[in-house]
Design a protein around this ligand. Sequence first.
Ligand SMILES: [Zn+2]
Length: 408
Amino acid sequence: MAVSSITFAPAKIVRALLQAGCVRRAFSFFEERAEEIDDLHAEICSIPAPPFGEERRARYLRGRLAQVEPDELELDEEGNVIALLRGRSLFPLLVLSAHIDTVFPPNTDFTVRREGRILRAPGIADDGCGLAALIALAEAIRRYEIKTKGSILFVGTVGEEGEGNLRGVRHLLLKGRWAGRIDSFISLDGAGLERITNGALGSRRFRVRFIGAGGHSWGDFGIANPIHALGRAIARLVVYPTPLRPRTSFNVGRIEGGAGVNVIAREATMDVDLRSESAEELARLTNFFHRTVAEAAAAENGARASSAPPIEFEIELIGERPGGETPAESTLVRLAREATRVFGVDPFLDRASTDANIAISMGIPAITIGVGGTSGNVHTLNEWYDPHGREEGLKRALLIALGIAGLG
Ligand SMILES: [Zn+2]
């Protein structure tokens, strides 16, 4: 950290930052260049970035970050874009990240439609606004020659969403050349100004596959049907009594299978997402889920004609995100709260599943914050982002980053 925990006074640090000429100039930059930031945001989000297909958007991001002439710039072997803005010394090293990928499949229309200042496109908020913020922050720091004590790595990560399973940030923190060298981590993800996500929501994701012999719906009626088994499994899962505290959830997010209305399918699959604030509750839910799948298969097999072959099932773990927490009393969280209050907003701490999960699980102080503006219909084709108030999100992020890196 830039200051020892004994003398650390977040209010004082934020006040000093607000008085620094370079910070004030960066603040005006965010206000005066609002339209340019909107244009940049629209441009980057119009480049498709489906899961495992982020290269084009990553190359664009690398090009934009090259314009600020970082001390180092690379596209790493996993596909992350990494730009180093070196301070007086390399350490402490702060990561500011946003994720390049979206949840949408390759054939999605990523065209950005604009209505006044409102931007509409899949992924425009999650995490288009984080990417726009990443570039705007790097530009402001360079343009106004903001000198820091430690250094900042600006990172566009791949694979944050869904089956990406945080592969980009895992590589960054666990395998790549920066692994073991990062002191704190801030993920810029989504809109809003109040949220400080210091809790990492643990999750497990599974693909379930029911496999049968298949046949004719009339001629072979009575043999075990994988789609019927899938239906039985879902019906069992959805009555699980999730506690409100610790908050726990399940979701069947994708189902697939079958060849036609008069065909008994050979196969049916579903992808299931299980989450809980508590590791113990997540384990309990996971056990229940395994049991529902086995029971559903047994029930379907029990109902089949005795001569027909039984269906089988496979359960594959397709994602696992560790849980944990950056303490509310940590330097990073206290600073983030103080920086949020500058804008007359009451910060609130929450818990989510984000790139910060990996850092948090490694004991690296990490948070995820929104970067201002408002959004809606996230993870749908009707996703929108309204940039009014974006400048406050950018200012807040800059204050937190500089509070950690230290003005040098
Ligand atoms: Zn996101």
